[in-house]
Every structure is written in structure tokens, then in C-alpha cells.
Write a protein that binds this ligand. Structure first.
Ligand SMILES: [Zn+2]
Length: 318
């Protein structure tokens, strides 16, 4: 499971693999493993046979770099991949809400010293104190920080972490409100950084034209499905399929749960809506007899080829 292939000045969400490392990783797969399509794996689970050392590559979310950076390298190594696209942000001039948090809180600049937010009926009060001014130098000092770290260097990172958790549990419309409140508080504009752009409609069509690439759905607004009412889950799932199919003019049959969040009812909705498989974020290899509506995946980090090789060996063996 990948998200982004790009070089970023900072990566607080830990989602980017550099093109150099991605290239080394693909080389490792090409040399020692058997890359197959997600649909081939699903067919194998339905009574077929998967080749030995089979590996499936997926990307979540729908960043523009999947087309510009990942696809050329996949083509070079002739390795297929599925890109799960958050349908509501295709062609959007906005960043994903979690990138907005990075843009508003973790980039150098001056913010008001206090932040009061209403989230889902609860009031959150945050104090930035001295961190209300955040210089280039502060930023450079903190730029290796990411969400998996146990220490938070200052209030900006603490607020980022708390908002990330609180906002991921909100339905899309509710979360939109929090983002607008934050943008207004920060006095910022709602314009995506070039580095954090999502796919446009044309780019999505281009991506699908590549014979190696499959486009899958990833809801409309990227909520934690298990945390929202079932009717809203259905709308998120149904509309994402419909929206992508209208753009691509072909069936979209693979799904991935945002944040890996689902319940048994979510799985049933995905099946009802006509998908043939769904990917979770539970870390494991796919064994024979696995539920094709809850396929495990393992997260790939920004590792060089050698480290990535050790990682794959730890899951698949020699
Ligand atoms: Zn996602």
C-alpha cells in the first residue's frame, strides 16, 4: 500500500516515497517477485491460482503524483497498480483536509495565539503561545517530525495531531465546516499547494488509459466509515463508484476503505453496490481463503531497495 511518490520538503503524514526509492523498490519486485493485478488476485481467491511470490501494488487517495511520478516508473518496470481515488476531490482546487492541517499549522508563518473550534458539538480550545510565530528556522528544525513520532516539538504539532484524530471521525459535511473555520482563523486562502495537488479529471482519464493502471473507489470525502451512520456510508460508497464511472466511462469494481475503517455492514454495502473486492489497511499477506471484501495490505515507507527487500522478505519469505 502506497499513497504518494514524490519528494516533499516535509511529510508529517509519512505517506511519500521518493521517486528514487520507488524505482529501487520496483526493481526489487521485478527481480525477486511476481507483480500481478489486483483483479488477478481476486480471481485467484475465487477458485483460481495465484502465482508464487505474487505482489499487488495499490495507491490510496488520488494524488496527482500517482500519474506524473509513479506511473512512468511502473511502465518502465511493466508493473501493474490500482489507484484508489477519493472521488469527491477529483479536479478540486483544494487539498485533502489532512494536508490542509499541514498547510495551516505546520508551515512557517504567524497564526493567532488562540484557537477555539466547535467539532461535533464539543468545543476545543487550543493555545499556541509562542508558537503563534513559526519561523523558517523553526520549520526547518521540525521538518523531520511526523505523526508516528512519540514526541511533539511544540503546540502546533500537538494541535495537528488532535485535530487529525477528531476530524477523521466526522462525516464529510461536518468536517468541511471545521476546515473552513480553520482557514478563516488562519486568514489563509483555500488554494492547493502544487506539491499537494489531487488528480484532475483529465489526469484521471490519462491514468486509466495506461494498460497497467486500474482506478478503484475510495469514497467521496474520505471519512472513517465505521464512525458514520450506515445510510451515509452507503451514500459515500455508492456516489464514489458512480462519479468515477461517469468520468471513466467504464465499471469501477475495486474499493479501499479510508483509514481501513469498516464494519461488517460496510463490507455488505460494498458488495451490494457491485464491487468485487475491497482493501483494508490491516497489515498482513493475503492467504488462500481470505475475504475479498477485506483484503489486508502492508504499508510501504520511504525505504531504499535493500530495506524494502528485507521488508518484503519478512512478509513473504525467501
Ligand atoms: Zn485514503
Amino acid at each position: 500500500m502506497y499513497h504518494r511518490v514524490t519528494e516533499l520538503p516535509s511529510d508529517p503524514h509519512l505517506v511519500a516515497v521518493t521517486p528514487k526509492h520507488f524505482c529501487e523498490q520496483l526493481e526489487m519486485i521485478r527481480k525477486h517477485y511476481m507483480p500481478i493485478r489486483l483483479q488477478q488476485l481476486v480471481e485467484a481467491l475465487q477458485g483460481g491460482e495465484a502465482p508464487k511470490r505474487a505482489v499487488v501494488i495499490t495507491f490510496d487517495d488520488g494524488y496527482a503524483d500517482n500519474l506524473h511520478k509513479a506511473m512512468p516508473l511502473l511502465e518502465h518496470y511493466d508493473i501493474p497498480a490500482t489507484v484508489f481515488v477519493t472521488a469527491g476531490v477529483v479536479g478540486s482546487q483544494r487539498e485533502f483536509w489532512w494536508d490542509e492541517l499541514d498547510r495551516l499549522l505546520l508551515q512557517p508563518g504567524i497564526l493567532p495565539a488562540k484557537l477555539r473550534l466547535k467539532i461535533n458539538g464539543s468545543t476545543f480550545d487550543f493555545q499556541l503561545g509562542e508558537a503563534s510565530t513559526y519561523t523558517e528556522k523553526d520549520y526547518r528544525g521540525d521538518r523531520d517530525w511526523h505523526i508516528a513520532r512519540e514526541d511533539d516539538p511544540g503546540p502546533r504539532q500537538q494541535i495537528f495531531r488532535k485535530l487529525l484524530a477528531a476530524m477523521s471521525a466526522l462525516p464529510g459535511a461536518e468536517r468541511e465546516k471545521v476546515v473552513s473555520d480553520l482557514v478563516a482563523w488562519a486568514g489563509a486562502e483555500l488554494i492547493a499547494r502544487h506539491t499537494h495537488r489531487t488528480l484532475t479529471i483529465d489526469e484521471l482519464v490519462k491514468l486509466q488509459k495506461c494498460r497497467l493502471m486500474e482506478v478503484g473507489a475510495h469514497t467521496m470525502t474520505h471519512p472513517k466509515l465505521a464512525d458514520i451512520p450506515l445510510a451515509e456510508q452507503r451514500t459515500e460508497i455508492h456516489r464514489s463508484k458512480q462519479t468515477l464511472e461517469a468520468i471513466l466511462n467504464r465499471p469501477v469494481t475495486s474499493f479501499a476503505f479510508p483509514f481501513g475503517s469498516s464494519t461488517s455492514e460496510t463490507l455488505a454495502v460494498v458488495r451490494d453496490e457491485g464491487f468485487v473486492c475491497a482493501c483494508s489497511t490491516r497489515s498482513d499477506v493475503v492467504f488462500r481463503g481470505a475475504d475479498r471484501f477485506c483484503l489486508p495490505r502492508v504499508t510501504v515507507r520511504d525505504w531504499d531497495g535493500e530495506r524494502f527487500g528485507r521488508f518484503l522478505r519478512s512478509w513473504i519469505g525467501d
